[in-house]
Design a protein around this ligand. Structure first.
Ligand SMILES: [Zn+2]
Length: 241
């Protein structure tokens, strides 16, 4: 029987990025019955695996295995599917085949919305690569003449999730998503990322700050945790609210 669930697509440069930046959104939509699919371009084996590299006798293959296992577990906790492309790290260099596969992913999934990285990130150029690839393949998936199977894509909105240092990445928090109901799930997913324990507290504090801002911006008083997003394309509406 075909899967009739609504869907969402998350493109993560490295193995853990989706957990810190969008774990709440993923858990929330999963709890609402969405099929959430994460595409991970890289295991982050060179750049974002400091904890793993501190262990004696570590090898690149072992780091990849550790990061793959951690991310798979985190995705499972959040209620999402995950697929890895293993496109290298520092730099991520997606092959032509990976680009085609991503177009096929878009066409298969027909997502209601897409989450990915910011246009700029002076701390990690791979994040900008992930943004570019996400937007490029979305456009290819819309093109009737692009030669891969599947129904051409409509125009799902793309939201940029919050980078680690938002100001330097020219990130604007235009959307604050209340993730209070699934905060414990995000917390559990964050704690499963054992190579980056230093980020647990940081992202908990950020969630609280965005939650406070959500209330200040007119959200219900009960909001305790939120995640910030920026739109890439205009929102289409018949109401200015
Ligand atoms: Zn990253």
């Amino acid at each position: 029987m075909p899967d009739a669930r609504k869907t969402a697509l998350v493109v993560s440069a490295h193995a853990a990025d989706f957990v810190w930046r969008a774990g709440g959104a993923i858990a929330l939509y999963s709890s609402r019955g969405y099929r959430v699919r994460i595409l991970c371009l890289s295991y982050g084996e060179r750049g974002e695996s400091q904890g793993a590299w501190k262990q004696p006798g570590m090898t690149i293959e072992r780091v990849k295995q550790i990061r793959c296992a951690e991310s798979t577990r985190a995705a499972e906790i959040l209620g999402a599917e995950i697929h890895f492309f293993d496109s290298g790290d520092y730099p991520i260099q997606p092959s032509d085949e990976t680009i085609e596969q991503m177009v096929i992913e878009y066409r298969d999934l027909q997502p209601e919305f897409v989450l990915t990285h910011s246009f700029l990130d002076p701390y990690n150029p791979d994040h900008a690569t992930a943004n570019r690839v996400t937007l490029e393949t979305r456009v290819y998936a819309q093109a009737l003449g692009y030669p891969v199977p599947g129904k051409p894509l409509g125009a799902p909105p793309v939201f940029i999730f919050e980078p680690h240092q938002p100001e330097q990445c020219e990130f604007k928090p235009q959307v604050l998503l209340d993730v209070t109901p699934v905060w414990e799930v995000k917390q559990k997913a964050m704690r499963s990322m054992e190579a980056q324990t230093h980020l647990w507290e940081y992202y908990t504090d950020l969630g609280k700050r965005r939650g406070t801002q959500a209330v200040r911006n007119g959200g219900p008083k009960g909001i305790q945790y939120a995640e910030a997003f920026q739109r890439v394309y205009p929102q289409v509406t018949d109401q200015l609210s």
